[in-house]
Each structure stands twice: as C-alpha cells, then as structure tokens.
Design a protein around this ligand. Structure first.
Ligand SMILES: NC(=O)c1ccc[n+]([C@@H]2O[C@H](COP(=O)([O-])OP(=O)(O)OC[C@H]3O[C@@H](n4cnc5c(N)ncnc54)[C@H](O)[C@@H]3O)[C@@H](O)[C@H]2O)c1
Length: 247
C-alpha cells in the first residue's frame, strides 16, 4: 500500500505499475462469461484473457444410437478471434485466447461463470442441484492447472454456496476462493438510489449484505452520498428512518 501511495497513481494504472500485468481466465462463455471477457479485455492492467467452455464427448443412447457431443469450445474460439480483431478500437492491450484448462497454468485469477441461469420464478438456490455438479466438474479439471497464487472467483449461482463447493473441490486456502456475493446487487442499489435522487451513481455509497439471493439485505444505515440530505429524504420515505452516516 505504501508503494501505491508513493506512486500516487489511480485505479488500473496502480494495478499495472505495482503488481504487473495480469492474466485472467473465464470459465463459461455464456452471457455473463462473454461480457466478463469483453470487460476484462478492455482493462489496461490485463495483458491476457483466457476463455474456456464445455466440451462434452459423444455417447451412445439407450438404443445404441450415437449422440454427437456438444463442443461449446467452437463458439469460444470464434469469440476470441472476434475480440482480437476488434482490439484496435479498444483501450486494452491484451489478447483473448480460447483454450483448454492448460491456459490456467499461469493465470492470476480464474472466474467461474459456467452453469444454468435462473428461469422465471426460479430462485437462485433452486439452481444448486444443476450447478453444483457443473462447478465441481470445472474445479476438478482446474485443480491440476492451478498455480500457487491464482485466485478463483465464483459467479455461477447460487454463488455463495458454489464458492464453498469450489473451495472444497480445489482443496486450497479459503482466502483464494471468493464468491462474487452481492457486488452486482450493491451496484444495482447505487444505480437505483442515483436515479431516484437524480445524481450520478458514482456519488452513492451503498451496500447489499448477506447471501446473494432472496434473503439479502440493503444496509441503508451505512449508505451515504455526496448529497446526503437527499438520501435522508429518500430513506425517510422508504423505511421511515433516518440515514445514520454522513460524509
Ligand atoms: N453472481 C452474480 O451476480 C450473477 C449474475 C448473473 C448471473 N449469474 C450466474 O452466472 C451463471 C451463468 O449465467 P449466464 O446467463 O451466462 O448463462 P448462459 O447459459 O448464458 O452461460 C452458461 C455457460 O456455461 C457453459 N457451461 C456449462 N457447463 C459447463 C462446464 N461444465 N464447463 C464449462 N462451461 C460450462 C455453457 O456452455 C454456457 O456457455 C448462472 O448460474 C447465473 O445464475 C451470477
């Protein structure tokens, strides 16, 4: 931290100068995974983004008929090529590579987004049955390619429970397995408050705590913004209480 202060740099610049360029691999190239790859690809502190998806072998059905395997890696390779083709229009300076788990050998972080998303009316916890085996399967393949410093971030839902599944399957220090938790929900809350108050969401500091799911809680009492008096008004209306903290 002292070194960061000394350098007096900001955000991504700090990361690159202090920690060097980073490599992140995303597992699961669906809607969440491909968006993550695109966002990571544009960061100046990242020089390599890897992406992996499922390759299911073919098998014989109960009638002995051959059922062709599903190779989502074909899409991944195409996505990686498309992204590299567009690199000259973006701020980043990295490469995207679609590959197998060997790409994780020198990764700094692996982000797991593989698994089924919610259907209408379904809770995140109801995804557990399907997604626990997918995440455990991903981690079994990842295990032999995980270096000593790589951090694993679990986004697949229910992410808090699946972070535990990943931790148990990988058998590494719990500090290296992180669930994405309520980061998205907190960001949504900032957007909502910003929109309601007519201020930029970046001026709002608000957090959702608890499990990323139906039991999560908005920590209104710990929220504040550059226009605290407006928040006071909003919270009085919303929860009939006053905002405790000011900036
Ligand atoms: N934590 C959060 O804040 C948050 C937010 C949004 C979505 N999610 C979760 O992220 C997950 C992905 O959502 P999505 O909308 O991208 O779904 P999607 O169906 O678009 O993509 C899922 C991808 O996972 C791949 N996949 C399936 N099994 C795999 C395996 N064994 N190995 C590698 N890849 C595999 C699929 O081929 C597909 O490309 C869901 O579980 C969803 O609930 C979490």
């Amino acid at each position: 931290m002292d070194k960061i202060r000394e350098l007096g740099l900001k955000g991504a610049e700090k990361m690159a100068k202090v920690f060097g360029k980073k490599k992140v691999v995303v597992v699961g190239d669906g809607r969440v995974g491909s968006s993550a790859v695109f966002a990571l690809f544009q960061q100046s502190w990242i020089n390599e983004v890897g992406v992996i998806d499922v390759v299911l072998p073919g098998h014989k059905d109960e009638n002995g008929e051959w059922v062709k395997g599903f190779n989502a890696m074909h899409n991944v390779e195409g996505d990686a090529l498309d992204m590299n083709d567009g690199a000259s229009f973006l701020n980043g300076n990295g490469r995207v590579e679609g590959c197998d788990y060997s790409i994780c050998d020198d990764a700094d972080a692996v982000v797991i987004t593989s698994g089924a998303p919610q259907k209408p009316g379904q809770t995140r916890l109801e995804l557990l049955g399907a997604n626990a085996s997918i995440v455990a399967g991903v981690c079994k393949q990842l295990k032999s390619h995980l270096n000593d410093h790589c951090v694993v971030i679990v986004v697949s839902n229910p992410c808090d429970v699946l972070a535990w599944v990943a931790y148990k399957t990988l058998g590494i220090d719990s500090k290296r397995v992180i669930g994405s938790g309520c980061v998205l929900d907190s960001s949504r809350l900032k957007q909502e408050i910003g929109d309601d108050l007519g201020i930029d969401y970046r001026s709002v500091n608000a957090t959702i705590i608890g499990e990323h799911g139906d039991s999560e809680v908005a920590a209104y009492s710990a929220s504040h913004s550059t226009k605290t008096y407006l928040l006071l008004h909003l919270f009085t209306q919303l929860i009939d209480s006053t905002i405790m903290e000011t900036q």
